[in-house]
Design a protein around this ligand. Structure first.
Ligand code: MRU
Length: 341
């Protein structure tokens, strides 16, 4: 049994309660929303982040949005539904879980078109809770399948945060580590700090230490050195969108690791739930990559570290081609990747 000491997102007393991830690890504080537009802003600002977690939060956001309004008739109700969903969809473009969850919410609302508005809202809440619960189960299964890949004493490198903070359960990339540890295996985890906003340094290390895992933080540019020195047995990251040919978008810097892993003949694994697979897109070049505020690059932890006039490019994700992926750990089992070595 893996016990978490925090709740990333929850529906509580007709509000959405999230752990404010922008304050971690210095402060553990929760935010409550009864306004879907404010929740949408929180998603945009990374107060809650990670592909499955933003899908869950957005699903709850639909419930908030529909509870907030008053509608003369069915037509008005559905107009409002479209507007709430489109606001939530506009928050972050890359993680498919957001769109997957919102499309699912819209589908059930439309299926209940013959019911009164209160019943439709109740049905929406039921669906959002279901999305949350299903994610919890998928994380657990990813953990169980993934743990089989981890030998006693193995040393794993991870990037960004794909733990409980990024999901409704125990995480995706971190789930196999938690389960392996619970099975009594000794695991050492190297964590990339993950510039520009440090999800690795701030969030992943925080979670791993809470579970008593041997955790070592490194700067992103140290990963190659560790691989060269044979200090890494495998790499596991999460994924924000895996498309039909198995190309996968994840936090910027993931592709670097995949290239390095192939060069050093180290297995490169992705861990992701079924909700991160986008069957509507054929290949990775069609994935929309989010660009973030230049401030995330010019500033470091609140302080300007670059000259005022410098130009900035700030893609938040990159795409790892399928031929660099050894395997994908999913809730349905392990899919063999296309890397040949
Ligand atoms: O910008 P973020 O922090 O939302 O990016 C998160 C990641 O890239 C994670 O690795 C990914 O969402 C997988 S999370 C289970």
């Amino acid at each position: 049994m893996i016990k978490l000491k925090f709740k990333t997102v929850e529906w509580s007393k007709n509000k959405v309660r999230i752990l404010d991830q922008t304050k971690l690890p210095l402060k553990v504080s929760y935010l409550e929303y009864d306004d879907y537009k404010k929740l949408a802003m929180a998603i945009k600002e990374l107060k809650i982040r990670g592909a499955p977690a933003i899908g869950i939060a957005a699903a709850y956001g639909v419930v908030l949005g529909m509870m907030q309004g008053k509608y003369a008739d069915k037509k008005e109700y559905e107009k409002r539904l479209d507007s709430v969903i489109s606001t939530l969809k506009s928050t972050r473009p890359t993680a498919v879980n957001l769109f997957w969850a919102l499309d699912r919410m819209k589908k059930v609302a439309l299926e209940y078109e013959g019911y009164d508005m209160e019943s439709r809202n109740k049905r929406l809440l039921h669906e959002a809770l279901l999305i949350h619960q299903e994610d919890k189960v998928m994380c657990r299964k990813i953990g169980e399948y993934g743990a089989k890949l981890l030998k006693n004493g193995c040393r794993v490198l991870t990037h960004c945060n794909a733990g409980a903070l990024a999901t409704g359960g125990i995480g995706t990339a971190l789930a196999p580590l938690f389960i392996a540890k619970a099975q009594g295996k000794k695991i050492k985890v190297y964590v990339d700090e993950t510039r520009p906003v440090l999800q690795g340094a701030r969030l992943t290390t925080w979670e791993l230490l809470q579970q008593g895992i041997d955790t070592v933080l490194i700067c992103d540019d140290m990963a190659a050195f560790l691989m060269q020195k044979k200090m890494i047995d495998c790499i596991i990251t999460g994924a924000d969108r895996i498309v039909r040919n198995l190309d996968a978008a994840n936090k910027i810097g993931t592709y670097n690791l995949a290239v390095l892993a192939k060069f050093h003949k180290i297995p490169f694994y992705l861990a992701a739930p079924s909700s991160s697979f986008d069957h509507s897109v054929e290949s990775g070049d069609k994935i929309k990559i989010e660009e973030r505020s230049p401030k995330e690059v010019t500033n470091f932890w609140g302080r300007r570290t670059a000259p005022q006039k410098v130009k900035i490019f700030s893609p938040a994700f990159d795409v790892t081609p399928a031929n660099l992926i050894t395997a994908i750990i999913t809730d349905k089992g392990i899919i063999k990747g296309k890397r040949m070595d």
